[in-house]
Ligand binder design. Structure first.
Ligand code: ZN
Length: 143
């Protein structure tokens, strides 16, 4: 309620609520998150972006130092293993960005694995997955 009032006063548009599938994935990750990383996770804003921000089929999310995770409009329609892995990877980016740590994508996955007690793998679409049918570490052909 307070957020809505603030938005009206400042003229900002109140962001729509996140799809339930994304909230469920965030809650699943929060329940698994190491105590030492929980504050960093809580400070991250998640917003649904626009389709044009995700030109490659394998692009489902990106993270900025705000810290803010922007997700593809169709992320919530994906398999649970994909949603959880994509968000885990982005939360690790958020943590590293908040701490000013330069890092590679593989280092990001390694942190996500520790933060959430998971193994980030890559499926045949080169997208993150928690399915054991994926491959790890991240294929070197990916940026
Ligand atoms: Zn990444």
């Amino acid at each position: 309620m307070l957020q809505r009032v603030d938005a009206e006063v400042s003229g900002r548009r109140t962001p729509p609520p996140l799809p339930r599938e994304l909230v469920d994935a965030v809650n699943w990750l929060a329940a698994r998150c190491q105590r030492s990383h929980r504050n960093a996770m809580a400070g991250v804003e998640i917003v649904v972006g626009e389709a044009r921000e995700f030109p490659q089929p394998r692009d489902f999310a990106y993270c900025t130092a705000a810290p803010q995770i922007t997700v593809r409009p169709t992320l919530h329609e994906q398999a649970k293993h994909r949603i959880r892995a994509v968000l885990a990877h982005e939360f690790a980016h958020a943590y590293l960005l908040q701490h000013g740590v330069a890092h590679t994508e593989r280092q990001c996955d390694a942190l996500a694995n520790v933060m959430f007690g998971v193994v980030i793998r890559y499926d045949r679409d080169d997208t993150q997955t928690l399915s054991t049918r994926g491959v790890a570490p991240r294929p070197s052909r990916l940026a």
